[in-house]
Design a protein around this ligand. Structure first.
Ligand code: UTP
Ligand code: MN
Length: 524
């Protein structure tokens, strides 16, 4: 075999007395790592190697086939190697000094045995195995325990920024990358562990690398600091304001709440309520508060329709301890009995003084007239009520913050400690002296109510439990892998040309050919 010109050049450039040494094993190019070996021992061993007919390089280059080290771990050598090579590292043996001394003794390169290899190879394989995940989030279990919050926070911020900038594709890509990391059983410490993982595009990998190497991503940091991001975040933090409206306002020079108030912009009813209750609505809702509201909704619902059922959905059903709102699904075991329920529930709640704002939308879903077809919009067509609840704190003495309240503790509602007949207004008496939203005896909470006929209940439950990415992935799986179309109303099988019925979430997973994932593991 010919020795490539490049190698000969390197050899001939040696200043030591190796010029005369004949290269007997041209397919083997050695490099001895000075780290921990020391310069003089390295020089001695290199010289010895050359005398025996081995090609030993002084400088590391891509032509090196065997890296010899002493008292280094595989990962130490790998780290060093990564620092030497840009991009993919070439295949190279990472060997212990024992291989070198045995080869010197034998007068030729001895066969590489496991005991010669640095441990790194096996560990990497094991890690890659541990970190192998299926590509759809709905095929994975993602609990709330996230071992990679630093990385997922970084990617989620970029996802959020992309979504706020109306770059949906980029947003979803970052979301998917974050979701893959959320599902990993351990903390990622090296890029190597990510090999073969799905949904990690170049951009996401760059961000991850930045965080792993520097502790933070420069892109994330500069996004966080940017005036545009800050303004988008504040303005879309107003209930009723989407990214389109926020962009328009920003282009008119409105970057914060005060500028919005001063601008004289016309706000719709939702936005007015959103601005008025801004602080409360941006304060996380606790599970205890969600449960209290659950009791209120339950009482309202059974009062207007005995036998009707209320189910907590959204993030709280997935086991989250806080949320941005509270979501409920309402149904009745007899099909059709749920019709007209929402306006009655809303009237009841309004009469109790529980609602600071509400907007009810009609059910516009008619399976008989065309069905769900392609879920072109993920806006569902159930009878739905977007509302802002007035939630009373039980403790009359003073201000307890929502975040510190406990399940059996403080939060009380208009109905919590009062008899059914007494209203929110009654319990509100005497609270006028406290004007500041943090010190008064009630807080505003976003609550979403959805009414579903029992025939669609399982689909609604699945569709409204989230997470948003989990739902998106379920629909993508259904479409791409199964030629089915899933919505919060129904599952349509395009191949068979019919709807597939289900009375439980489990049945829907079965129809989709997926293993059942319980709500607590849908936190993708
Ligand atoms: P949320 O936005 O309330 O999210 O939607 P969440 O998971 O409860 O998290 P929080 O509230 O920020 O803590 C709940 C579920 O309802 C579905 C979403 O897909 C999500 O899975 N949803 C929401 C719809 O299907 N349609 C909508 O119009 C809104
Ligand atoms: Mn929610």
């Amino acid at each position: 075999m010919m020795v490539p010109l490049k190698r000969r050049k390197v050899v001939s450039s040696h200043t030591e007395s190796c010029d005369g040494d004949e290269i007997k094993f041209p397919q083997v190019v050695l490099f001895l790592l000075e780290r921990k070996m020391g310069a003089s021992r390295r020089s001695f061993l290199s010289h010895l190697g050359r005398k025996k007919g081995f090609q030993v390089e002084d400088k590391f280059s891509e032509s090196v086939t065997h890296i010899i080290s002493e008292n280094n771990s595989g990962s130490e050598v790998r780290t060093w190697l990564d620092s030497q090579v840009k991009g993919q590292t070439p295949p190279v043996h990472l060997l212990d000094i024992s291989w070198f001394t045995e080869s010197m003794k034998a007068g030729h390169p001895v066969q590489i045995l496991d005991r010669h290899k640095l441990q790194e190879q096996q560990i990497t394989e094991a890690e890659v195995k541990v970190f192998s995940v299926p590509s759809y989030a709905c095929q994975r279990r993602t609990s709330l325990e996230n071992h990679n919050t630093v990385l997922t926070d970084a990617l989620s911020l970029l996802a959020e920024n992309a979504e706020l900038s109306n770059e949906e594709g980029r947003g979803v890509a970052f979301c998917r990358a974050a979701a893959v990391l959320k599902s990993l059983p351990e903390q990622v410490t090296s890029m190597k562990q990510l090999k073969g993982l799905p949904c990690l595009g170049d951009h996401s990998l760059r961000v991850i690398k930045d965080v792993l190497e520097n502790g933070a991503s420069s892109e994330v940091e500069s996004t966080k600091q940017s005036e545009r991001y800050k303004a988008l975040k504040v303005l879309t933090g107003i209930f009723g304001v989407g990214s389109k409206t926020a962009h328009r306002w920003i282009s008119e020079g409105i970057l914060n709440l005060q500028q919005l108030r001063d601008s004289g912009q016309t706000l719709n009813r939702a936005q007015q309520a959103g601005l008025e209750h801004y602080d409360n609505l941006n304060q996380p809702v606790t599970k205890a508060e969600a449960d209290t509201i659950g009791d209120i909704v339950q009482r309202a619902v059974v009062s207007v329709l005995p036998g009707a059922r209320v189910t907590l959905i959204g993030g709280f059903r997935r086991g989250k301890q806080t949320g941005h709102d509270v979501d409920f699904l309402i149904t009745h075991p007899e099909e059709g009995r749920e019709e007209g329920l929402m306006p009655k529930v809303v009237s009841y709640l309004e009469a109790q003084g529980c609602l600071l704002y509400q907007k009810t939308t009609r059910n516009s879903y008619l399976e008989a007239q065309g069905g769900p077809g392609r879920p072109s919009s993920n806006m569902d067509r159930f009878e739905r009520c977007f509302s802002i609840f007035k939630l009373h704190k039980e403790d009359k003495q003073g201000a307890k913050q929502g975040a510190t309240e406990t399940v059996n503790g403080d939060p009380a509602s208009c109905l919590h400690t009062l008899s059914q007949k007494e209203s929110c207004e009654a319990s509100d008496e005497g609270s006028e002296e406290e004007k500041s939203s943090t010190h008064r005896r009630w807080r505003a909470v976003r609550v979403d109510l959805v009414v579903s006929p029992i025939s669609q209940f399982a689909f609604a439950l699945l569709g409204w439990t989230g997470s948003k990415l989990f739902e998106r992935e379920l629909r993508r799986w259904a479409g791409h892998e199964k030629s089915m179309s899933l919505s919060s109303h129904a599952l349509f099988d395009s191949k068979q040309g019919c709807y597939l019925r289900a009375t439980s979430e489990e049945e829907i997973f079965t129809h989709l050919g997926l293993e059942f994932i319980p709500p607590s593991e849908r936190n993708a």
